[in-house]
Design a protein around this ligand. Structure first.
Ligand code: PLP
Length: 397
């Protein structure tokens, strides 16, 4: 009677084990300082303009003449047109209003979008990976094939003809590796998807961190992508909305399979199972795209970028292999020889009080790597810099 596929899920043991180890360390060493480089959440507050837009919206909701009930079904037009403008201006990508769907975040849509696919669709997922892609498909009983990221391909695997897949997950800039696909590499994926009639689910949650116009900040910058890709994105990392909740998904009208429009299917799915994001939050999200709001948001991004730059430079100076950091808030570093990511985690914690995220939690290909996050405090990053500069040489011989 119940969905036994849940038996196939890995337990959530990974993040709880990290918390357990950190808490045990604190209990045993109450005087030691903890330096948090494992944070997967933003820490900078909302931009002042976002806050005032939401305050104004709250006032409107409390007023009979401006009160709003259920919102527009794909999200308010003011927010969708702000997004349309943003795509046009900053990405040179033309979207129609009907292609933009406002959501309560990328995670929900990444899971919900699977409603559009049959149970026997073949799924391709890069390893290492954001665990949501894996778990949502395991819950639905789908078989998953992995494509390996490694230091040879700089954790940016590209397809070959031996791969058979209907659904392909790509995340760029990537969590956990911070790696970013070039236009040429994404072009290989789009060509593969067009040739094989597969659909790319493109997680673009970290696009705001891209610091180089020649790198793609939307899959729709790649010719042909509108016929094979759905882009899922979010205000979470862009504007610190992890606790406020707002995202968006783009389903092109040109995306048609077996005579069915995926855009129409998604509209049907959303209007049946979802009643939208709060008006207050959508007004806050709209403020991100005003000139002043955007520059306030970018100040926070600059703060994280500088953290990432300091961490990358520290590893560069030590000659430690790593990727990410330049166009992403994450740095993915190689562990010392003969040390797995859990051993290295224990070492960094006990020796320096530094908390990181073991790569093993993101898939088998992450076993010998560590994720460092730039979402923490500058002071923590600077302390880590000093400690690692002097302390890591002994294990990286
Ligand atoms: C943080 C993150 C998201 C954003 O999820 P929300 O539900 O919008 O908060 C999406 N994808 C990846 C890979 C992330 O790391």
């Amino acid at each position: 009677m119940i969905n036994e596929n849940y038996k196939n899920l890995h337990d959530t043991y990974f993040f709880s084990l990290i918390a357990k180890k950190v808490n045990a360390f604190i209990a045993e060493n109450p005087e030691r300082e903890i330096i948090r480089l494992g944070i997967g959440d933003v820490t900078r507050p909302l931009a002042p303009l976002v806050v005032s837009a939401m305050q104004k919206a709250v006032q409107e909701m409390g007023n009979k003449s401006t009160f709003k009930g259920y919102g527009e079904e794909q999200g308010y037009e003011f927010l969708r047109s702000a997004l349309k403008e943003y795509y046009k201006k900053s990405k040179k990508a033309d979207l129609s209003m009907a292609e933009i769907f406002i959501s309560d975040g990328a995670k929900s849509d990444l899971g919900n979008i699977l409603d559009l696919f049959s149970a026997d669709a073949r799924v391709l997922i890069p390893d290492p990976v954001y665990p949501v892609y894996v778990d949502t498909n395991l819950m639905a009983g789908r078989n998953i094939v992995y494509i390996n990221g490694n230091s040879e391909n700089s954790f940016l695997p590209v397809p070959d003809d031996s791969i058979q897949a209907d659904i392909i997950y790509l995340c760029s800039p990537n969590n956990p590796t911070g790696a970013v696909y070039s236009r040429e590499q994404l072009g290989l994926w789009v060509d593969y998807a067009l040739k094989n009639q597969s659909i790319i689910l493109y997680d673009n949650a970290y696009e705001i961190f891209i610091n180089d116009q020649s790198l793609p900040s939307s899959i729709y910058q790649i010719p042909g992508a509108a016929e094979c890709a759905i882009e899922v994105s979010s205000f979470s990392k862009t504007a610190g909305f992890t606790g406020t909740r707002c995202g968006y998904t783009i389903v092109p009208e040109a995306l048609v399979r077996q005579g069915l429009s995926l855009n129409s299917m998604w509209l049907r799915r959303q209007t049946t199972k979802f009643n939208g994001v709060s008006y207050i939050v959508q007004r806050g999200a709209e403020a991100v795209f005003t000139e002043e709001g955007f520059s306030q948001v970018m100040e926070n991004i600059q703060y994280y970028r500088e953290n990432a730059r300091i961490l990358s430079k520290t590893l560069d100076d030590l000659g430690i292999w790593h990727t990410g950091g330049l166009h992403a808030p994450y740095i993915w570093m190689k562990c010392p020889d003969r040390m797995g990511s859990w051993d290295f985690f224990d070492y960094l914690l006990s020796r320096f009080g530094i908390v990181t995220t073991p790569g093993a939690g993101f898939g088998a290909m992450g076993n010998e790597y560590m994720r460092l996050s730039s979402f923490g405090e500058r002071s923590a990053v600077e302390k880590a810099e000093d400690l690692l500069k002097n302390g890591l040489k002994e294990v990286y011989q």
